[in-house]
Design a protein around this ligand. Sequence first.
Ligand code: XMP
Length: 255
Amino acid sequence: MSFQIKMNCSAKETKSRIILALDLPPDKPSHLLSRSMEMLEKVRPYICAVKINHHLVLPLGLFNGVQKIVAFAHNQGLPAIMDCKINDIGSTNRAIAEYYYKAGFDAVIASPFVGWSEGLQPVFEVAKEMDRGVILLVYMSHKGAEEGYGQTVLNPETEKPSPQYILFAEKALSWGADGAVVGATYPEKIRGVYEILGDRVPIYSPGIGAQGGIIEAALRAGAQYLIVGRAIVLAENPAETAKSIRALAQGCVEK
Ligand code: XMP
């Protein structure tokens, strides 16, 4: 089953568009492993996928560490996304993607700044070989995103000026990406990207809560999935918080 179909099915089954960013604060590796599983078990009814970051890969390692969390997520029926923001030369990029896919991840996040040839082409190739997903960064959620994703550049094809992120959205389409990340903190950028992608490439939107993004604004602008970390994992009651975030998102979609 392709990554996009897996996400679609999971979102339908769970009636949730919430992807948990499982970013636990630093702790002993053995605690991190058990706390990750506990967190997943608690919030599982309210999320459609889990996203893992260096918060867990660095202390736990991939095989025998994070791989166990990925297997646990899969046992609970949840797809797992690796937020590794691949951003190197092609041969290294391919190795990064291959290791994460071999550990069970259903998709990886990659940066389009490295381009296609000898950049992300090998990532898309290995994703195809292993039937996994690639999600492309299009406009990040933090303040400084403007300096890179927001700069005006010359479109090499038309030789006309264009915002960098618009060109990245076009690449998400032409490269066959399975998703595009646009920060929930920039709903107007989500809208602009959605105008290009429509429903062909779903928009994944981080930045809700802790970074100031608003659920309703992101969904109305065209985001398909909301990535939420600290607002849930640091909450006094993560399950209740995840439940109410899901309900808020459902409310917006049904309106
Ligand atoms: P919070 O705690 O802010 O966590 O809800 C958000 C999670 O998402 C990651 N993040 C991003 N990942 N593109 C990405 O691929 C982005 O623009 C972006 N912004 C935040 C962040 O590292 C954390 O895991």
